[in-house]
Design a protein around this ligand. Structure first.
Ligand code: AMP
Length: 447
């Protein structure tokens, strides 16, 4: 089946063809017809499935199908609002909107924090048909009365699960209250927690439900491998793997900003071009690092979960979990960066004795046992005992319990450090097994 069978306009087909897509992905096959006829949508799709085009193409078609309002007196209306959790994702979605809509007379705008608000205020004075925004900055505009959402026809909540994880629920509710009641709603989420279900219940009107991947499943074209290693030797092992296999484009995850910096420095000292991106870096530094990584001039990008969210690099071949995430779902999000849209990828996890429970939780979530391979010269020392994972430690962090996924304002950290659990005395040797209690998220990012 080709894109032309959807009945999308010639201008959109042309842009898609130029982008090099020949066949729609499964999410596109299901989402595009539903959105075109005006249905609400509840889509279970993780990043890498082609979901962005899945909602962008039909939105562009619907908005250009009607008589497009030109600049007129007063502020021209914003007709589609795409809410996303992070700045990086906003940039990527808006870029897609521009690219797929390049032959249409629609205009889009990105509205994110971390940059001067004044150019955004100026931009809002001219026509914006499609607004791609993160919640915090959007509400700043609302407060300054520089934004009118009263004529939005289509709302997209992209990566809704992540928005809730980041504590944006109150912001979302405030934003929903600013929209007209009559509108089309599209909700995309990688996972469907009770919280998401409840949000969807209040938001969607008889939605078409689509699920392209099994809930919490991971892409089948990704090879997962665990390398057991001592916490102090992880950095050397990573440098060894990168050099040995001549990996040219590696995305590495750490749990903390400090850990990301230290690791990038270590890799650079080992002669491997690397940069860290995280919330403490300026937006321009992050954008620059990402651009260099995308073009291939930067070999290694070290990122925290939040900073990496939504990174869209097609066919990213290698993702390394330098430290396992505190929240098992983050493993799914992390490896969503690799093996995208049919390409092969591998997800490598360096796991020390402290992280045994985290590994078990991940395996339980993805319903598969990850194969494990000790690298010669990096054999774990069986005498080393597990240590608590404390916030900021390089080898790993103790998961922080935040209790129920309650509501918090944007920018608030959920589950502050403090609940130090006793050291788990589990040697790393032996097969993976056992069951550990589910862990909850810590961390979040503001506007
Ligand atoms: P997304 O899930 O929206 O982040 O998209 C993941 C990646 O798949 C992006 O790099 C897209 O450019 C790419 N992509 C989206 N749709 C298609 C398609 N129909 N064929 C090939 N690649 C696609």
């Amino acid at each position: 089946m080709s894109f032309s069978t959807f009945g999308l306009s010639d201008e959109i087909i042309r842009a898609v063809t130029e982008r090099g897509y020949t066949n729609p992905t499964p999410i596109q096959l299901q989402a595009i017809p539903a959105v075109l006829v005006g249905c609400d949508l509840m889509a279970g799709a993780q990043t890498g499935t082609g979901k962005t085009a899945g909602f962008t193409l039909p939105i562009l078609h619907r908005l250009s199908d009607k008589s497009v309002k030109g600049p007129s007196s007063g502020r021209p209306p914003i007709r589609a609002l795409i809410l996303v959790p992070t700045r990086e994702l906003a940039a990527q979605v808006e870029e897609s909107v521009r690219e797929y809509g390049k032959y249409l007379k629609l205009s889009s705008m990105i509205m994110i924090g971390g940059v001067n608000i004044n150019p955004q205020i100026t931009r809002l004075k001219s026509r914006v048909d499609i607004l791609v925004a993160t919640p915090g900055r959007l509400l700043d505009h609302v407060q300054q009365k520089t934004l009118d959402l009263s004529q939005v026809e289509i709302l997209v909540l992209d990566e809704a699960d992540r928005m809730l994880d980041m504590g944006f629920i109150r912001d979302i509710k405030k934003i929903l209250a600013l929209l007209p009641k009559q509108r089309q709603n599209l909700l995309f989420s990688a996972t469907f927690s009770d919280e998401i279900q409840s949000l969807a219940g209040g938001l969607l009107n008889k939605p078409v439900k689509i699920e392209v991947a099994r809930r919490n499943a991971t892409a089948d074209n990704v090879t997962h491998i665990v390398h057991p290693v001592d916490r102090e030797r992880k950095r050397d092992l990573l440098a060894h793997l990168i050099t040995q296999h001549q990996w040219s484009q590696v995305l590495v995850f750490t749990r903390t900003k400090h850990g990301a910096n230290k690791l990038a420095e270590h890799l650079v000292a080992s002669g491997i071009p690397s940069l860290a991106i995280h919330g403490n870096k300026s937006q321009s530094a992050r954008t620059r690092a990402l651009a260099e990584f995308k073009t291939g001039s930067l070999q290694v990008l070290v990122a925290t979960d939040i900073a990496a969210r939504g990174i869209d690099i097609s066919e990213l071949p290698h993702v390394v979990n330098f430290e396992l995430p505190n929240v098992p779902e983050d493993y799914v999000h992390r490896i969503g960066r690799t093996g995208r849209a049919g390409a092969e990828g591998d997800a490598v996890s360096l796991v020390c004795v402290d992280e045994r429970k985290l590994l078990t939780d991940i395996e339980r979530l993805i319903k598969r046992e990850l194969s494990s391979k000790v690298i010669a010269g990096f054999e774990p020392d069986p005498r080393i005992r597990a240590e608590p994972i404390v916030n900021g430690s390089g080898g790993g962090q103790r998961p922080i319990r935040s209790g129920l996924p309650g509501l918090s304002g944007h920018g608030q950290r959920r589950g502050q450090p403090g609940s130090k659990a006793p050291a788990a005395r589990i040697p790393m040797a032996g097969p993976v097994g056992g069951r550990a209690p589910a862990l909850h998220r810590s961390g979040g990012r503001g506007r």
